[in-house]
Write a protein that binds this ligand. Structure first.
Ligand code: HEC
Length: 140
């Protein structure tokens, strides 16, 4: 066999294996499958129109904080309390969040837990309010 033919075979094999590797890596799931409770939570998210004000993965409203990583930012006990007895909403403080039943609250938490697991490479950046609050907490 001529050296040129050997080269040709080598390059073809290398190209084929690179191609196979690319196909394989694109098939690997980036996000884990969604548990049924999280699916139920996502339905509530839509039914109650949470996205009118909040966003997840940048999809939704921008008048309130992005909740993609809220599970890492609050304890689940705090969130349960928040959903059970929603405080009045700033700035006008007359309207409150919709209250969720205990069951709905668990579904919503399952959904938010699922969203929290998605690797967003540190997105969203912490809102300025959040930075200010955590500094205040540290100074206490
Ligand atoms: C009309 C706009 C609006 C809608 C609709 C809305 N929110 Fe909010 N939400 C806000 C605002 C404003 C805040 C910030 C409240 C604060 O800082 O006290 C907030 C805060 C939150 C927080 C963070 C609480 C914390 O500890 O800081 C969570 C969690 C939350 N909302 C969940 C939801 C869910 C779930 C829904 C749907 C059932 C929803 N929101 C619907 C406006 C809204």
């Amino acid at each position: 066999m001529k050296p040129a033919e050997i080269w040709l075979i080598c390059i073809t094999l290398a190209a084929l294996s690179l191609f196979a590797l690319l196909i394989f890596s694109s098939l690997v799931r980036i996000t884990p499958p969604m548990p049924p409770a999280a699916v139920a939570g996502s339905k509530l998210w839509r039914e109650y129109g949470c996205m009118e004000c909040h966003s997840l993965l940048s999809s939704g409203g921008y008048s309130a904080l992005d909740l993609t990583k809220i599970i890492s930012q609050r304890t689940e006990a705090e969130l349960r309390q928040f959903f059970a007895q929603p405080p009045p909403m700033p700035p006008h403080s007359r309207r409150t969040h919709v209250g969720l039943t205990a069951e709905e609250s668990e579904k919503m938490l399952a959904f938010l837990r699922y969203v929290n697991k998605i690797d967003t490479r540190n997105w969203p950046p912490p809102p300025l309010v959040e930075e200010k609050r955590s500094k205040e907490r540290q100074n206490r």
